[in-house]
Design a protein around this ligand. Structure first.
Ligand code: HEM
Length: 157
């Protein structure tokens, strides 16, 4: 007979599937490092690289916090930087389809390096694509609901 103390623990990965599946903070850190390495090297990304400071250390730290939370991990981004409001935070930069494509190219290369699970890579690319379209600012913004389909976790843009 099963006694209560023999019940299995519910792992955090069950509550936060994407964060657990990717491999937690350590994998997110590697993903962000790879992402900016590709942004630094791919000719297609030169335009979006030029929007960033020469020193990427602060930007990397913030994207790590954000992605940890976006994937369902610790909510330190919101604690430190408030509501993401990504569309508003990207308004100082001119983002059209070319910039979206360049960003997604870097992220796709980074995912190829860091995530071995092809299904997870595809899910994350789909979610990144929706978010990238949502920060595009050469088209009118459609208000209401979650027009971009939302990230894998419940973090709202
Ligand atoms: C679509 C093309 C995109 C371009 C060209 C772009 C560019 C930028 C730039 C130039 C910054 C400022 C960096 C800094 O000052 O340190 C920034 C900040 C940021 N971006 Fe993007 N981005 C894009 C898409 C995305 C996407 C898809 C996400 C999320 C999945 C994202 C997440 C962030 C975050 C979290 C910040 C920091 C916001 C803050 O200040 O708290 N970006 N982005």
């Amino acid at each position: 007979m099963t006694t209560p103390h023999a019940l299995p623990q519910i792992a955090p990965a069950v509550a936060n599937p994407h964060f657990g599946r990717i491999g937690g903070e350590e994998a997110v850190a590697r993903l962000v490092e790879a992402f900016y390495r590709w942004m630094d090297t791919l000719p297609e990304a030169a335009g979006i690289r030029a929007m960033h400071e020469p020193d990427l250390s602060q930007t990397k730290a913030v994207l790590k916090l954000y992605l940890n939370e976006w994937l369902g991990g610790p909510k330190r981004y919101t604690a430190e930087r408030g509501r993401p409001a990504l569309r508003r935070k990207h308004l100082p930069f001119a983002i059209g389809q070319a910039e979206v494509d360049a960003w997604l190219l870097c992220m796709s290369r980074a995912l190829d390096e860091v995530v071995s699970d092809a299904a997870l890579r595809a899910e994350l690319m789909a979610a990144f694509s929706r978010t990238a379209q949502a920060v595009r600012n050469d088209t009118p913004h459609h208000h209401g609901g979650t027009p971009h389909g939302g990230p894998p976790s419940t973090l709202v843009l």
